[in-house]
Design a protein around this ligand. Structure first.
Ligand SMILES: [Fe+2]
Ligand SMILES: [Fe+2]
Length: 498
């Protein structure tokens, strides 16, 4: 239900319509709904790496709007005049405690009241405009305090300074607001992007998320470095193209191809390694290249040739990113399973290969950005999240999908592979004829991300769920269980063979 609704709303935003959601409280389902919607909108605009930041900021703004409404309702109930400074102070003594301790009651009472919070989204030429409104005017003093907080926040360099300095948190929104400003600045959205105003009837916080996060000059400079980096990658070995042609020849024998391959021991070793990995359901350990071809077939061999060459190039040039490849192996396995299960037998090898290479861009991103570490440290506020690619993408303003696409183009990889790598986080943007492949790899990747507790069912694009008739969370989870089970059986089997 969430998946369908948010996909539809994201599409409306994409076509320029203003969409609005009204709610009374920031309960789990509302927040989840908003998270899913934001992700889908960002994905359509290829700035999905902003997701966590934007979601954190937006949640903060929404919580504050609900809090402002709760405050009015609380004062009315206590028969206190919020505009009277003495009564304001009196009311505030217990307000914070009250809303923390009585969340359910506050939620119920707000529902009965006329207080509402509205979230409005509109795509414009400047970026995605986001408005959060609550139907109570802000007091002059409250607004003044907020503005002071915002100005103060702009003087901080990083989070540690904030934590050391925040003493007066009586209004509750203090720390959140400071963090919001730092997040806005560090993400490239801009610390001046947040605007809070009131017209005497309601209060509005607004924010514009630009599609181009940094001034074009900086983006161009960093992107140029990435593009140079990609240009400097070794070309794809001619021998691989030759082997591909050989495999396409209907008269070729298994032995002829195997003889060619064993001339290259490194290539032979990596083919054997991949053929014995969890990607293939084999009942026998594959010991020779000839056996490998007999068991996995020419189509799979072609996929493995590309995957192992790509990985060899990356591993030689950059330090090994075992975690990324392990993740890719799992995605590839899931993708193959999904394709087989849903009758896409013709593209089984294509989805498998796409899965193996879908996060190729992450490796260049992580490697290149570490050489830009000085520049990045300026925008990095929390070193603990350096392990993820998000902060690198935020700093660079280019996503790992786009970097992967550049690499795939450089290597003249087949078009379906270019499309899948480019769109594995934004499947709807892929060319129509590649939808089945891209959707399968996207879905496999989502399942893996869900295992990392990154997302849940509501975040998955509805069109993709539709293709596999996963119209309920139960069906979705059933398939996920099946994948996990099958993968671990295969991994256990392989471990036992060693
Ligand atoms: Fe990815
Ligand atoms: Fe991935």
């Amino acid at each position: 239900m969430i998946a369908a609704k948010t996909s539809q709303l994201a599409q409306q935003v994409e076509t320029g319509q203003t969409i609005g959601l009204t709610f009374h409280y920031h309960n789990k389902s509302n927040i989840q709904f908003i998270g899913s919607l934001i992700r889908k909108i960002l994905s359509k605009n290829n700035i999905i790496f902003l997701q966590d930041t934007l979601f954190t900021i937006l949640r903060e703004i929404i919580v504050n709007a609900v809090k402002a409404n709760s405050k009015r309702f609380y004062f009315e109930n206590k028969k206190l005049d919020i505009r009277n400074p003495d009564e304001y102070l009196e009311g505030m003594v217990d307000f914070k405690n009250f809303i923390v301790k009585n969340q359910e009651l506050v939620e119920q009472e707000l529902k009965k009241s006329s207080y509402r919070v509205g979230l409005y989204l509109k795509k414009t030429d400047d970026g995605l405009k986001i408005y959060v409104r609550n139907n109570a005017p802000i007091l002059e003093d409250e607004l003044k305090r907020i503005q002071e907080r915002i100005e103060k926040a702009k003087t901080y360099n990083d989070f540690s300074e904030v934590y050391g300095d925040v003493t007066d948190d009586s209004e509750g929104e203090g720390l959140g607001l400071l963090l919001t400003i730092l997040f806005l600045r560090n993400s490239g959205i801009g610390e001046n992007s947040l605007e809070i105003k009131s017209d005497g009837k309601m209060t509005q916080s607004s924010l514009v998320v630009p599609y181009q996060l940094k001034p074009a000059s900086i983006v161009n400079e960093i992107q140029a470095q990435i593009i140079d980096e990609v240009k400097e990658l070794p070309s794809f070995p001619e021998q691989i193209y030759e082997l591909q042609r050989l495999c396409n020849n209907p008269d070729v024998t298994i032995k002829a191809v195997a003889d060619q391959i064993i001339l290259d021991p490194a290539l032979s070793a990596s083919i054997l390694k991949l053929s014995n990995s969890a990607g293939f359901i084999t009942r026998k350990r594959i010991e020779s290249i000839e056996d490998a071809i007999k068991i996995i077939g020419f189509k799979n061999l072609k996929a493995i040739l590309i995957a192992s060459s790509a990985r060899t190039i990356m591993d030689r040039k950059y330090s090994m990113y075992k975690q990324i490849w392990n993740h890719c192996n799992r995605v590839a396995y899931y993708a193959r399973h999904i394709a087989t299960k849903f009758g896409y037998s013709k593209i089984v090898e294509n989805v498998y290969l796409s899965g193996l290479l879908h996060d190729l861009g992450k490796i260049v991103l992580l490697s290149t950005s570490s050489s830009l570490s000085n520049w990045i440290s300026e925008v990095t506020m929390n070193r603990e999240i350096r392990t993820s690619t998000i902060i690198e993408e935020l700093s660079i303003g280019i996503s790992h999908s786009t970097i992967g696409e550049l690499i795939a183009c450089k290597w003249n990889l087949p078009e379906y592979l270019v499309q899948t790598i480019a769109n594995h986080h934004s499947p709807l943007n892929a060319e129509q004829k590649y939808h089945p492949i891209v959707y399968i790899v996207y879905l496999a990747n989502e399942f893996c991300n869900i295992e990392q507790k990154k997302y849940d069912y509501g975040y998955v694009e509805d069109e993709v769920l539709g293709l596999f008739s996963l119209d309920s969370e139960e069906k979705f989870s059933e398939l996920h269980e099946e994948l996990i089970q099958s993968y671990s059986e295969q991994a256990n089997y392989l471990a036992a063979q060693k």
